[in-house]
Structure formats: C-alpha cells, structure tokens
Design a protein around this ligand. Structure first.
Ligand SMILES: Cc1cc2nc3c(=O)[nH]c(=O)nc-3n(C[C@H](O)[C@H](O)[C@H](O)COP(=O)(O)OP(=O)(O)OC[C@H]3O[C@@H](n4cnc5c(N)ncnc54)[C@H](O)[C@@H]3O)c2cc1C
Length: 380
C-alpha cells in the first residue's frame, strides 16, 4: 500500500530497522524463543538506531521529535520477521518512556532517561494487578505519604520486561476510590521492599519476560511522584494511545508475514496435480488476507497522519486495535490452513504468529475494552 505521507527520512528509518531485523533477529529468533531470552546488546543496538527516542528531547538521549509514522514502522518491521517476542522484550521501555519524559522530575530524567533511551537500562510500565487489568480505575496498590516519602504496598502482574527492568513506572492509589485517586510513581528496582518473580510457561512471547512485582513497604522520595497527585489515571489513558498504535502496527507486520509466507508456500506446494495457489478456495483465502492487510494499513496511515497533524484519534485507535487483532486472527488462521501440517511445527513463522495472536487481542486494552471505549469516544 502506497503511503502518501512517506518521506525520505521515514523510508530510511524503516529500511534501517528492516535490515537490522533481517540480519540480527530473524536468524536467531527460534533459538532465543526456546531459550526464553535474548542478548542485552539488542536493547543497545536498537537504542543506537533511535528506536526508543521518539518524543524524547535530545538532551535526554532522544531524537528530539515525534513521528507516529516512524513509530509505527518500527513496530511493524520488528514484528514482520516473526520476531514479536524480541519486540515485546524491549517494549516495556517503549511504553514507559513517555511518562518518564513528560512527568518525572528533572533529577530522575537526568539520572535515568538517557540510559533508558539508549537501551543501557530497562524501564517498565506497571499498571495491571493480580486482581485485574481492564478496570484500571479500581487498582488496589496504595502509596501513602509519610513525611517526605511515599510508602508503596501492593503488587502488579504481567509486567513486560519486569525481570530485567531497572526502573518502574507504577500506578498506585493515593486518594479515594475510583479513577480520581490514582497517581504514578518512579520506582528504582533496588528500592528496599521491591521484589519480583517471573511469569513462566506462556503461550507466546517466549523470548521476552513478564513479571509479578511486589511492593512491601517500599519507600520512595515524595519527588518520585510523576505528574500531579491523583491525576495518574488520565496520564495512563493518554499513554495507552501510542502503545495501542504500536500494537496495531505490530499486528499489521504479522499479517503481512502471514500473507507473504502463504503466497510463497501456495506457489510452491502442489496438490491434486497443481500448485495450491491455483485452487479457487486457496486463492480466495489469499485475496481475503490481502484485502485485510490493505484495509488495516490504510487505516493505520490515516491514524498516523492525524497524530502528525496534532490530533490524537482516540476512537480510531480503539476501533483500529480491535479491527486489527480480529484481522490478525483471521490471517493467522488462514495461513495455518494453507500451510497444513507444515505450520504445526515449531520453527515455522506461522506457528509462532498463530500462538501470539491472543496477546495482541488482550494486552494494552482487550478487544472487549476497546469496543467499549470506542463507543464512549463516539458519545454512546
Ligand atoms: C504477555 C502480556 C504482557 C503484558 N504486559 C503488561 C505490561 O507491561 N504492563 C501492564 O501494566 N500490563 C501488562 N499486561 C496486562 C494486560 O494489559 C492485561 O492482561 C489486560 O489489560 C487485561 O486485563 P486482565 O488480564 O486482568 O483481564 P480482566 O480485566 O480480568 O478481564 C478478563 C476478560 O474480561 C473482559 N472484560 C473485562 N471487563 C469487561 C467488561 N466491562 N465488558 C466486557 N468484557 C470485559 C476482558 O476483555 C477480558 O477478556 C500484559 C499482558 C500480557 C498477557
């Protein structure tokens, strides 16, 4: 799909990420997935390419500008090679950098941000709790003021990058019940009272890590509150927009892989005396997949354009997220059928994509929550 807003800089950035993924991630992804980890140098190499620098000032190691098209291209290219678990493994940083740049105090930004943006240290967004993730306004972790400190108690779970993260953006209750009682805090991993355990044996995203975090009388300086007291819910909701945009773009990359791999396989594999691609049923499957790729790609381009015009298209992002995850589910399922038994084996990219569909439909706001939020954004 031709992007009318493409520029030389955007094309070059996409190419840089694509070449890196082809050379460094694709050949290793199976081994890293089976090992459940990937080398830290990947964080630093992506950092050096500007992967984490969007919306961060150059004084803090960032690019000094925002570009939704480049953000989307980065996510799409990372996921296109079937490397979604590596992308997930660095994404804890991507979804927590915004609040740190915009809401943390100057001492924290000076101390931590450059290391995070350049991939030397990891940061994580810690919102979901064992008691629930969708109902953010109902979070139970508390932060109580005691002199010039806050004392945090509670736990978080499913926190991506949590096992090797150095810094945590943590949502906690500072006020009464509901969305008006939540604040954000910056917590160093070496703070006494902080501990973590890994979530193991996951359906997908094997090379990334997710953790349950525990805060047991965890004391942080009062200045570690990020933004205004009891205004954390709004910050969390605003931060979701870029996370969801990246999930849409990542899912699009996976859909493209499903399409390309299906075409290549259907051209080569023969049944009943002719290539699969000459059978009408298979042709229709591929045509449907191709139409979905085009629809999602053009929708994504328009969302990026709106953001570049200074408007955050929240309703479109919500609708785009559930439409994309449904389209990804379709493409992954049809690609599996076209491959037959061959995609049932580990090491086949379609096998990996098929079992990573669901995390896109659940993480960063589930399909059900996206429908509901889209309706509310439409005033309904
Ligand atoms: C691999 C992975 C990585 C993650 N990384 C992070 C991370 O880095 N940081 C972080 O904070 N969180 C993270 N999450 C958590 C993720 O955001 C939550 O799983 C998600 O928000 C859903 O919350 P839940 O799992 O607690 O489901 P619940 O909120 O318990 O919901 C269960 C089901 O009910 C549905 N549901 C809930 N309410 C309604 C309703 N009102 N109407 C209809 N249906 C409803 C939901 O859609 C869902 O299908 C991650 C999750 C996964 C799986």
């Amino acid at each position: 799909m031709q992007n009318p807003f493409e520029t030389e800089e955007r094309r070059a950035f996409r190419e840089t990420i694509r070449r890196y993924v082809e050379a460094e991630i694709k050949p290793n992804i199976d081994e890293w997935d089976e090992a459940g980890d990937f080398p830290w140098r990947v964080h630093e190499e992506l950092g050096a390419m500007g992967f984490f620098g969007f919306g961060v000032s150059d004084a803090h190691g960032g690019l000094g500008f925002e570009d939704a098209f480049m953000r989307a291209a980065a996510a799409e290219e990372m996921c296109r090679a079937g490397g979604t678990s590596v992308w997930a493994g660095v994404s804890g940083r991507t979804i927590s950098i915004g609040p740190i740049e915009h809401l943390a105090n100057e001492e924290i930004r000076e101390r931590a941000l450059e290391d995070i943006v350049l991939g030397r240290k990891g940061s994580c967004l810690s919102i979901t709790e064992p008691g629930g993730g969708s109902d953010v306004a109902n979070m139970q972790t508390t932060a109580v003021r005691d002199g010039d400190e806050y004392v945090i108690n509670g736990s978080k779970t499913f926190i991506t990058g949590g096992m090797n993260g150095h810094y945590f953006v943590v949502g906690a209750r500072t006020g009464g019940e509901g969305l008006a009682g939540i604040s954000l805090f910056f917590v160093d991993a070496d703070t006494p009272g902080f501990s973590r355990t890994p979530l193991e044996r996951k359906m997908g995203w094997w090379a990334s890590n997710q953790a349950t975090l525990y805060f047991d009388n965890c004391r942080v300086p009062a200045g570690n509150m990020m933004g205004e007291e009891n205004r954390g819910f709004i910050a969390i909701m605003e931060n979701f927009n870029f996370e969801r945009l990246a999930l849409i773009a990542g899912a699009l990359g996976m859909m493209k892989t499903c399409l390309e791999e299906s075409i290549a396989y259907a051209q080569e594999r023969k049944t009943f005396g002719k290539p699969l691609i000459k059978h009408q049923v298979i042709r229709h499957k591929i045509a449907e997949m191709s139409a979905k790729v085009d629809q999602i790609e053009s929708y994504l381009i328009m969302m990026c354009w709106q953001i570049s015009e200074g408007n955050m298209p929240v309703a479109e992002i919500c609708k785009g997220k559930f439409a994309t995850t449904k389209a990804l589910e379709f493409c992954a399922s049809e690609a599996m059928q076209i491959f037959g038994g061959a995609a049932y084996l580990r090491g086949n990219p379609i096998e990996r994509i098929y079992r990573e569909v669901k995390v896109f439909a659940i993480g960063g706001g589930s399909e059900e929550i996206m429908h509901d939020l889209a309706m509310r954004q439409m005033g309904l």
